[in-house]
Design a protein around this ligand. Structure first.
Ligand SMILES: [Fe+2]
Length: 226
């Protein structure tokens, strides 16, 4: 080893990196038994999310309910080992019942806005990685007039947790437009069930769906290509 001057500082210069050979594991890697692992995935400290931000059916508690069918979506956020990702941020957005977003980029859409529907919400998962979301079932909308591409009803999800951000979307079961949707068609056939909500009564009288999201690994929920 010798030294050289760089920008007025004296820095060590390594000519030979054989040390890396001695740092290479000599033994085969092995999986830590599940019983010895944390029961949850570590994640950054919880952010501040107000109660009610998971309810898109009203602009605020006590305000009129938005038009359309109120639905509940529940599920768990899991990491690649299917451990719950606890107290992590989930952001959601969807079009209103007429198939229009409250967003400047959707200004050319002829479908009406709903003054009681903003279409964006967020929440934190609980200690079991579970979330509960209430929203209005979105309408279909035309994404490309030139090729007649209609997007089926869907809810967008962004999940930040365990060092990654995954953006994906939940489709609804039995929608005829699903099979014609170019984004849905990109998802390998054997993985399409992972982006369709499963009917799950929630006990409030509204239609309920269950939608688990795996944020990475070989069971990862297919990402949103929108
Ligand atoms: Fe969309």
């Amino acid at each position: 080893m010798s030294t050289s001057a760089l920008a007025g500082r004296t820095l060590p210069v390594v000519f030979n990196d054989r040390e890396s050979e001695s740092r290479t594991p000599a033994n085969r890697l092995y999986r830590i038994p599940d019983v010895a692992r944390d029961t949850f995935a570590p994640c950054p400290p919880a952010q501040s999310v107000r109660a009610g931000e998971n309810d898109l059916t009203r602009l605020a508690p006590g305000r009129p309910r938005a038009s359309g069918e109120a639905i509940a979506i529940t599920g768990r956020i899991l990491d690649e080992d299917l451990r719950p990702v606890r107290r992590t941020l989930v952001e959601v957005w969807n079009a209103n019942t007429h198939g229009r977003y409250s967003h400047t980029r959707d200004a050319a859409n002829d479908a009406p806005l709903d003054p009681n529907f903003y279409g964006f919400g967020r929440l934190l998962t609980d200690d079991d990685g579970r979330y509960v979301l209430r929203t209005i079932k979105p309408g279909a909308y035309i994404a490309r007039q030139d090729i007649g591409w209609w997007r089926p009803p869907h809810v967008h999800f962004s999940v930040v947790g365990s060092g990654v951000r995954l953006v994906t979307q939940m489709y609804f079961p039995g929608e005829p437009l699903n099979e014609k949707d170019f984004i849905f068609m990109i998802v390998p056939e054997e993985e399409r069930d992972r982006v369709i909500g499963r009917p799950a009564p929630d006990g409030t009288g509204d239609r309920g769906f269950e939608f688990d999201i795996v944020i990475r690994g070989r069971f990862q929920t297919p990402p949103d290509m929108d």
